[in-house]
Ligand binder design. Structure first.
Ligand SMILES: C[S@@+](CC[C@H](N)C(=O)[O-])C[C@H]1O[C@@H](n2cnc3c(N)ncnc32)[C@H](O)[C@@H]1O
Length: 202
C-alpha cells in the first residue's frame, strides 16, 4: 500500500501509484525470466519509499540522475515529480525497457546505455583493493546524456554492500559542489549526502 505525502495532488498520486505497480510487475517478470537463471545486479528498490525520499529535494529547474536505472521506474518517478530526469544503465535490454516505460507514462525521462562511472575514473580505496563489487564496466554514459556528472543537482544510487564508498568517491571527484547524493542503503533506507556528509548529521 503506497502512502505518498499529502502535498502530492490526487492526479499525480494516481500516476505514481500506477507507475510503482507497473514497476513491480516489470521486476517480477525480470526476476522470473533473468534472475532465476543467473546472477544479475538489478534488485528493485521499494519504490514508494524512494518517492517519499525524493519529495524534499524537489525544486524548480533541478536536474536528476539515477545511477544504474534498470527498468527506469525511479527516473520516471523523478520526471513526474518535476525534475529534469535522466538515467544511466549498463544493461541495454533494461535501457530499452526503461525507454518504453517512459513512453507509456508520457514521461520526458531520458536514458543512456553505458556506465555511470565517468571516463577515466578509477576506484582506489586507501585500505584495500579497488574491486567494484557488482558494478560493471562500459563506455561512460554521460556523453550520450549530453551532461557531465557535475551538471546534476540530485543523484540517486542503490549500492550493493561495499559500493556506497565508491559512489561517494565518484560524487566527491566529479559531482557538483552543491549536489545532493541520495544513497539507498539496504539497512536504513535512503540517506542524503552533500559534500560527502550525511544531511541528517548522523
Ligand atoms: C541495485 S540495481 C538498482 C536499480 C534501481 N536503481 C533501483 O534503485 O531500483 C543496480 C543497477 O545498476 C546497474 N549497473 C551496474 N553497474 C553499472 C554501471 N557501471 N553503470 C551503470 N549501471 C550499472 C545494474 O545493471 C543494475 O540494473
Amino acid at each position: 500500500m503506497t502512502t505518498f505525502q499529502p502535498e502530492i495532488s490526487e492526479a499525480l498520486r494516481a500516476r505514481l501509484t500506477a507507475l510503482c505497480a507497473e514497476g513491480w510487475a516489470l521486476w517480477d517478470r525480470f526476476d522470473e525470466e533473468v534472475r532465476r537463471h543467473h546472477f544479475h545486479p538489478f534488485v528493485a528498490a521499494e519504490y514508494d519509499v524512494v518517492v517519499d525520499a525524493l519529495m524534499p529535494h524537489r525544486g524548480p529547474n533541478l536536474r536528476f540522475l539515477e545511477w544504474g536505472a534498470a527498468t527506469g521506474v525511479i527516473t520516471v518517478i523523478a520526471d513526474l515529480l518535476g525534475f529534469d530526469a535522466y538515467g544511466i544503465e549498463l544493461d541495454r535490454d533494461l535501457v530499452a525497457t526503461a525507454r518504453a516505460l517512459a513512453k507509456r507514462f508520457d514521461s520526458h525521462a531520458r536514458f543512456a546505455a553505458g556506465s555511470f562511472l565517468p571516463t577515466g575514473y578509477e576506484w582506489r580505496p586507501p585500505d584495500r583493493d579497488g574491486r567494484t563489487g557488482t558494478l560493471g564496466t562500459g563506455v561512460s554514459g554521460y556523453r550520450e546524456l549530453g551532461h557531465s556528472l557535475e551538471e546534476f543537482d540530485v543523484v540517486y544510487g542503490y549500492p550493493w554492500d561495499g559500493e556506497a564508498e565508491l559512489m561517494l568517491d565518484v560524487m566527491k571527484r566529479y559531482g557538483g559542489a552543491d549536489a545532493t547524493l541520495l544513497l539507498n542503503h539496504a539497512s536504513e533506507g535512503v540517506v542524503a549526502y552533500r559534500r560527502g556528509k550525511r544531511l541528517d548529521g548522523r
